[in-house]
Design a protein around this ligand. Structure first.
Ligand SMILES: [Zn+2]
Length: 174
């Protein structure tokens, strides 16, 4: 949800035109985070009426603005990491296609289209499966069950690693 310019209006606590006020009220009805700022503004106004404490309210406002700014930059960094990870993952997926394209440029389009279809269907299938699992599993599996599953999976992984090592070592010994 886009909180701008409503968030800025609330943080700056500036006088609004009737039209802006109407837009703001409309946004506050649908938003989950802005009403908190509006409420703190309201609390500060009533506090000012009861007992002027400008130093405190100013500090409070500054802290609120800093918190929002920090949240925004955290969101930005998080998004950046997500994009970079996504690009790395795509590169990893597309690696074979690039190698194939280098080897035989004539097959490039066929391979690319085939790979794209494969990629999209796997992603779709994967998300579908994980969605179903996420919905169903927590109802059936207790925390202890999760721990057992974790042990089984890590145990299988260790076994697989051992068998791969034995398998690769054999030809060297023989
Ligand atoms: Zn909002």
């Amino acid at each position: 949800m886009n909180h701008r310019p409503f968030e800025d209006w609330l943080l700056e606590d500036q006088p609004l035109t009737p039209e802006q006020e109407r837009d703001l009220q409309a946004h506050l009805r649908t938003c989950t985070s802005c009403p908190a700022i509006a409420e703190s503004n309201f609390a500060l106004h009533s506090m000012r009426m009861v007992r002027p404490a400008e130093g405190f309210t100013a500090r409070f406002q500054v802290r609120l603005i800093e918190n929002r700014k920090a949240a925004r930059s955290r969101q930005f960094i998080g998004t950046l990491i997500l994009i970079l990870a996504g690009l790395a993952f795509l590169y990893w997926l597309a690696g074979p296609v690039i190698q194939e394209a280098m080897r035989s440029p004539a097959q490039w389009i066929t391979t690319a289209v085939g790979y794209l279809v494969f990629m999209l269907t796997s992603i779709q299938a994967l998300s579908e499966v994980s969605r179903v699992f996420l919905h169903i599993l927590p109802d059936f599996v207790s925390p202890v069950g999760w721990f057992v599953i974790f042990l089984l999976v890590s145990g299988l992984g260790a076994l697989e690693a051992l068998s791969i090592r034995r398998f690769t070592r054999k030809p060297q010994g023989a």
